[in-house]
Write a protein that binds this ligand. Structure first.
Ligand code: ZN
Length: 194
């Protein structure tokens, strides 16, 4: 719904311009979800609305992959009224640390801020399953993929698939523009200019 994307724009979490994404592709849009989650009230409201999109089994626990899934996982846990924990990388692989546990048969939702290829969330789905949990779904604020990349049900608050181009095919570059790398200036928000 547009009202959610407006919250992203208001927080400068959704920028329009000419960007070089971390993939190396150029795009007219850039999302930095952390900025919309800066406000606890906004984060709580977005995750409360995200929770209403869920039609699957009620979870016992929410697990978010660090770092992107930490805040969303916590606020989604609040919305569901269940505990929320996070998985973090240890020697390159996701692990459950800090005394957090997965109980056998526990129904789990994996929470993420943005899902593009879904790599991190899929790793955590595998991890939680190996530890005996039963993953009932993956949820995220923004999905940037048409299809569900997971082997379990998937729900998001917004679908936003921006146009992307290889630099040599980018119409903004061909028109003489220069792409900016969002967040490349320390301490400054990404600029939608240039
Ligand atoms: Zn370009």
């Amino acid at each position: 719904m547009g009202s959610h994307l407006q919250a992203f724009r208001d927080a400068e979490a959704l920028l329009e311009g000419h960007f070089q994404l971390s993939s190396g592709l150029h795009s007219t849009q850039y999302i930095q979800c952390a900025r919309v989650l800066m406000s606890p009230a906004v984060a709580e409201g977005l995750c409360r609305d995200l929770r209403t999109r869920w039609t699957g089994e009620t979870p016992d626990l929410i697990v978010g992959p660090a770092l992107g899934g930490v805040v969303v996982g916590y606020e989604l846990a609040r919305a569901f009224g269940v505990p929320g924990i996070f998985a973090e990388r240890e020697n390159g692989k996701f692990a459950i640390r800090r005394g957090f546990t997965i109980n056998p048969g526990q129904k789990i939702i994996v929470a993420e801020d943005v899902v593009t290829t879904g790599g991190s969330a899929a790793e955590v789905v595998d991890l939680v399953t190996r530890l005996g949990g039963r993953v009932v779904g993956v949820m995220c604020l923004v999905q940037r993929t048409e299809r569900n990349p997971f082997s379990v049900p998937f729900a998001s608050l917004e679908t936003l698939i921006p146009p992307t181009w290889a630099p040599a095919q980018c119409p903004l570059c061909l028109a003489g523009g220069t792409a900016v790398k969002p967040g490349s200036r320390p301490g400054a928000p990404a600029s939608p200019t240039a």
